[in-house]
Design a protein around this ligand. Structure first.
Ligand SMILES: [Cu+2]
Length: 533
């Protein structure tokens, strides 16, 4: 039936459901579910070949905050060495990883609004790298354009592969390539929020993030500090990411070229995205965190390559706790929005307050994933350890500086489709029918202009714009969803959906990007140039 079905479909349709077929093979989903035109999951799951630990045993790690190596002229200077390191992700199992500074996640950078930061990255990995600060309002030279490579020592030019493009005679004359190190400067003149930094190398972003190249970066300011939100040990960053482990303890990944030096891409069943069967939070499998019976601020990032989650906080007696959303990708909402179920797509962030005060001491609150099945249905747990005083609050008004762009402000409306298609000789993921080409300018926008973009999807595509935040105007002609509130930099397009966003191109001129943040889609063409003039 599968073969017959596949033969009867166009290549494009086959691509759209390729991941679903892989998922069916891996998890035994019914054929009808896997062949659904609008699959509930986009991607295929790898199975780990080592025994997996029981849930809620490993303590939740909190990534260390990086100390500046110096401060001069009002700029904080940091240094991060990108290097191979071994980690004990699963208890008793050694996993070689690619890291920022020897840990996964990398160290957290804590910064203040408007106080610039320079991070010197040194590449001691065996391949070129690129750093992008996701959500940063960053000058183009430091934004981590995918061909602005930092080459490792001794990298031979003749062995260098510039991606799908170079195989077909394309190259990027504007690339700024450095050897061994690069200074990235971030002005951080933007609303306070949780950003994250990760690798963004042309054609190899997905496996590089999978191997560990991701870390957190917060921006704070006095106004946010004054709100009285839960803080200190009651503010927790939660970087959620799925992975799978090979028999030798290494991270499994279906790369066509496991050296990640020459040939990009993944094996056929995983074209729609790579999913793991282990859910990590801050690099620990299904961790547990001891909490007071009080409010906690959870700063949630989905750093998974392709996995979507629908998060719920459930008590031992089956009660669902409110997830009070106070912030989105680009900072505080105007007013809190209460959810019972919070969908989160790759690269999205949600700033959420959960109140454990009504939960019996000694019991667990599990954060579960309604989109998961079996082990991927669990994320982590909180053990309520003790009663405690709580001076925190959630103000009814959180911020007053959200942009309120109107349709009538827009000088232009643009349409983009995000669909599977042909890329060169193989499978690809296309924007407006085209695979990424660094030498082609797809969008030219004037600094200061307001534009409406209409984004249409075949399967799930979390669409991310560099440089700017945007607001969601509509979903398939209807009002946005509750979790679309606030200022976003990544919007989750669901299968078959059309989403309108509105933004003002503000900040800096230069060459930026927009792309799908399903990292496998991004590597297989689903990226486009955004030139701000
Ligand atoms: Cu996509």
């Amino acid at each position: 039936m599968r073969e017959h079905g596949a033969r009867g479909l166009t290549r494009r349709r086959v691509l759209g459901i390729g991941g679903a077929l892989g998922l069916m093979a891996a998890t035994g989903l019914s054929a009808s579910a896997a062949l659904a035109r609008r699959p509930s999951i986009t991607g295929a799951e790898l199975r780990s070949a080592v025994p997996l630990p029981p849930p809620f045993q490993v303590p939740l790690p909190i990534p260390a905050v990086l100390k500046p190596v110096g401060t001069s002229g009002g700029v904080d200077r940091y240094e991060i060495t990108q290097r191979e390191a071994s980690a004990e992700i699963l208890p008793g199992v050694t996993t070689p990883m690619w890291t920022y500074g020897g840990t996964f996640p990398g160290p957290t950078i804590e910064s203040r609004r408007g106080r610039p930061v320079t991070v010197t990255h040194r590449n001691e990995l065996p391949v070129p790298t690129v750093v992008h600060l996701h959500g940063g309002r960053t000058p183009a030279a430091s934004d981590g354009y995918p061909t602005d490579l930092v080459l490792p020592a001794g990298w031979q030019e003749h062995s260098m592969h510039m991606g799908h493009g170079s195989e077909h005679g394309m190259h990027d004359p504007r690339a700024v390539v450095t050897e061994l190190t690069r200074d990235y400067t971030f002005p951080l003149d933007q609303r306070p929020t949780l950003l994250w930094y990760h690798d963004h190398r042309m054609d190899f972003t997905a496996p590089a993030i999978w191997r560990g190249l991701a870390g957190l970066h917060t921006i704070r300011d006095d106004a946010e500090d004054a709100l009285g939100l839960p803080a200190g040990p009651r503010e927790l960053p939660l970087m959620i990411a799925d992975r799978a482990f090979a028999a030798d303890g290494s991270l499994a990944y279906p790369a066509l070229d496991p050296t990640l030096r020459v040939r990009p891409g993944v094996r056929e069943p995983y074209l729609a995205g790579v999913l793991g069967d282990v859910i990590l939070v801050n690099g620990a499998p299904w961790p547990v965190h001891e909490v007071d019976a009080a409010r906690y601020r959870l700063r949630i990032l989905n750093a998974s390559n392709a996995r979507h989650y629908e998060l719920e906080a459930v008590t031992d007696d089956g009660r669902r706790l409110d997830l009070v959303q106070i912030g989105a990708d680009q900072g505080l909402l105007a007013a809190p929005v209460t959810h019972r179920l919070l969908p989160i797509a790759p690269a999205e962030r949600y700033d959420v307050v959960v109140d454990f005060s009504g939960v019996p001491t000694g019991s667990l609150v599990r954060m579960i994933n309604r989109l998961g099945s079996g082990r991927t249905g669990d994320v982590m747990a909180f053990r309520v350890a003790r009663r405690a005083a709580d001076g925190s609050r959630i103000p009814g008004r959180l911020s007053t500086d959200l942009p309120d762009w109107r349709r009538s402000d827009a000088v232009r409306v643009r349409d983009f489709s995000f669909r599977a298609g042909q890329m060169h000789a193989g499978h690809g993921w296309l924007i407006g029918g085209l695979p990424f080409d660094p030498a082609r300018t797809d969008v030219t926008a004037r600094l200061g202009d307001v534009e409406v973009w209409r984004l249409v999807a075949d399967v799930h595509h979390p669409v991310h714009l560099h440089l700017v935040g945007f607001r969601v105007l509509s979903r398939s002609g209807r009002a946005p969803l509750a979790h679309d509130a606030g200022l976003k930099d990544t919007v989750s397009l669901r299968p078959g959906e059309a989403v309108e966003i509105i933004t003002r191109f503000d900040g800096y001129r230069g060459r930026y990007l927009f792309h799908c943040h399903n990292a496998e889609h991004e590597d297989m063409g689903m990226m486009a140039n955004l030139e701000i003039i």
